[in-house]
Design a protein around this ligand. Structure first.
Ligand code: HEC
Ligand code: HEC
Length: 338
């Protein structure tokens, strides 16, 4: 009899602790998805439940290009040329998650010692609701991009093949990268909610009629997609982009945090750049020419990608490098070539 009582008692204790766990007060560390789920949203298609072993494999794939597969063997590199972090950060890269502003990003990157890259950060990528947006869909308009636009698994696969010029990823590799991505999801702290904001959330969360509004309100703290608009080289390269005057100090940051990330010796490119006069003079001479080596051309168009072949350089959409920044870089190159 006593045994039964003890069992009942411990069961009810368990029940009480679990309940109070569910009614936990949301704080800075609470993952955004948990909040959204409690507010009545369903999990997105790319949701997978936390799995630290799988996430570890994903992290290795992202950072080194390969990992040991479920068969116990080390798989081949996804790409011979790149790892994902050649072009994507893993940390927050924008001081304000609501806007994709390359000028604010450059200052932030410098302060936090991050490279300034063409691809968007993987931090919070699972909290986005579309990928390969705007001109990626409009200008390329092909079926693979349309699928990738709506589906994170397809976006990973597309980038493995097209951006990193690699082999198609196996299903388990894609799941592993996803598992890793989920470890990079936003928490309430990333959204920079104030104490009052958190209080509002905690008071209103139980009130059913407020839940829909809270879902929408939360989305005003971050962008649900990474916008991408392409631009052309200026019609007259001598004059450059009309009305913009370059600032060489910003140009220096761009050169070091962006170009050198790939073009330094031992980098991914055969075209080596450094801080020598030779480098700057070569770039400077080509600025106004109709050439792959012209800053205007390489930044707006990148180099041509042939899947599976040599490394290529992705272009920068306006949100990843502004026209003002191209002029800043030009001003720096011209100054250094003197
Ligand atoms: C050579 C550069 C490069 C490499 C290497 C690369 N990517 Fe990308 N990736 C890009 C660019 C450029 C985009 C364009 C869209 C964006 O990120 O804004 C992109 C987009 C993506 C997107 C969609 C992002 C969004 O929010 O629109 C995913 C997902 C992605 N890449 C995954 C990967 C994975 C996984 C790897 C490694 C296996 C990888 N990428 C390697 C350049 C690269
Ligand atoms: C994500 C890596 C990456 C970044 C960042 C990058 N590049 Fe490149 N770039 C490459 C690759 C790869 C090539 C292809 C040439 C090769 O290595 O064979 C290339 C090609 C070029 C070329 C043309 C060379 C040719 O053979 O046609 C120029 C010029 C150039 N890059 C300049 C720049 C400048 C300026 C920046 C900074 C604004 C920059 N790159 C940023 C990877 C990068």
């Amino acid at each position: 009899m006593l045994k039964i009582w003890i069992t009942l008692l411990s069961l009810s204790l368990l029940w009480i602790t679990q309940r109070s766990f569910e009614e936990e007060v949301w704080n800075a560390e609470t993952p955004l998805l948990d909040v959204q789920y409690s507010l009545g949203e369903s999990y997105p298609d790319h949701y997978i439940s936390p799995d630290s072993t799988l996430a570890k494999m994903g992290e290795e794939l992202v950072k080194t290009g390969r990992t040991i597969g479920p068969n116990g063997k080390r798989a081949k590199y996804i790409s011979k040329h790149y790892v994902c972090t050649t072009c994507h950060n893993l940390e927050v890269e924008d001081p304000d998650l609501r806007v994709s502003d390359p000028e604010a990003r450059l200052t932030f990157a410098k302060k936090n010692n991050l490279p300034f890259l063409q691809g968007t950060t993987f931090k919070g990528i699972v909290n986005r609701e579309s990928w390969y947006n705007d001109d990626y869909v409009k200008k390329y308009g092909d079926e693979k991009i349309e699928k990738a636009h709506e589906n994170l698994r397809e976006a990973i696969q597309l980038c493995a093949i097209e951006c990193s010029q690699g082999r198609p990823m196996e299903d388990w590799e894609i799941e592993a990268v996803l598992a890793y991505y989920w470890t990079l999801q936003f928490t309430l702290e990333d959204l920079q909610l104030t104490t009052q904001n958190l209080e509002k959330l905690n008071t209103e969360k139980e009130i059913a009629v407020h839940q829909k509004d809270l879902q929408t309100w939360l989305r005003t703290f971050y962008s649900t997609k990474s916008p991408a608009h392409f631009y052309d080289a200026p019609p007259d390269k001598k004059r450059g982009y009309e009305g913009l005057v370059g600032n060489p100090d910003n140009g220096k940051d761009l050169y070091e945090l962006s170009c050198l990330h790939c073009h330094q010796t031992e980098g991914v490119s055969h075209y080596v750049l450094d801080n020598s006069k030779l480098s700057f003079r070569h770039l400077d001479k080509k600025i106004t020419k109709d050439s792959h080596f012209s800053l205007y051309q390489i930044i707006a168009y990148g180099t041509y990608a042939i899947p599976g072949h040599k490394p290529y350089m992705p272009h920068y959409p306006e949100e990843r490098m502004s026209k003002q920044q191209v002029e800043d870089l030009r001003a720096y190159v011209e100054e250094m070539a003197q």
